[in-house]
Design a binder for this molecule. Structure first.
Ligand SMILES: Cc1cc2nc3c(=O)[nH]c(=O)nc-3n(C[C@H](O)[C@H](O)[C@H](O)COP(=O)(O)O)c2cc1C
Length: 157
């Protein structure tokens, strides 16, 4: 099975840790979106394509949305993952909708916490609680969850 994982992890490399964990299980090509430059991706070269991102101000990376929008994904098997301060799957919904609109089949959806320091980007006190809870993530348990997640995805592939 040939796979491709494209991720954006501009803040601290939290999402990259998860991307690497997944890539270790399924092999294939792992690409930071920053390194894609003007390369044209031939999606028909891959059996499975994963898209991952950190969450920045309530949204996964715009560069990832743009890339997905440009790709030919009709009939492709895909999966999505994100890391965020709160660690919820809700942030993946817009990307899932876009993938489905493009005719892709979304085989899996993963999210976990990723550490952040609220004072670096917000004055809102509420984020301090999430900031504290996020410390140390992704941790070993998150990485194990990611591993089980991708084994499930390829299991029903
Ligand atoms: C500018 C900025 C905005 C963020 N906004 C949110 C947010 O709205 N919700 C959330 O849960 N986490 C938020 N976070 C935390 C990140 O989603 C978290 O640290 C994530 O793991 C970053 O992934 P990365 O290191 O792969 O870039 C934000 C972080 C930064 C730097």
């Amino acid at each position: 099975m040939k796979s491709l994982i494209i991720y954006c992890s501009d803040y601290r490399g939290n999402t990259e840790e998860i991307a690497k964990e997944i890539a270790e299980e399924i092999g294939g090509r792992l690409v930071n979106i920053r390194d894609l430059k003007d390369e044209t991706i031939h999606t028909d070269n891959y059996d499975l394509i994963g898209f991952g991102s950190g969450v920045y101000r309530e949204s996964i990376s715009n560069s990832l949305y743009r890339l997905v929008d440009d790709l030919d994904l009709e009939g492709r098997d895909t999966f999505v993952f994100s890391t965020s301060g709160v660690g919820i799957k809700l942030y993946n919904n817009k990307l899932i909708k876009l993938l489905e609109k493009k005719g892709a089949s979304v085989r899996g959806n993963f999210a976990c916490k990723g550490s952040f320091t609220p004072s670096e980007f917000t004055d809102k006190k509420i984020f301090n609680i999430f900031g504290k809870k996020s410390q140390g993530h992704p941790n070993r348990r998150d990485r194990e969850r990611a591993k089980r997640f991708i084994l499930d995805v390829i299991g029903d592939h």
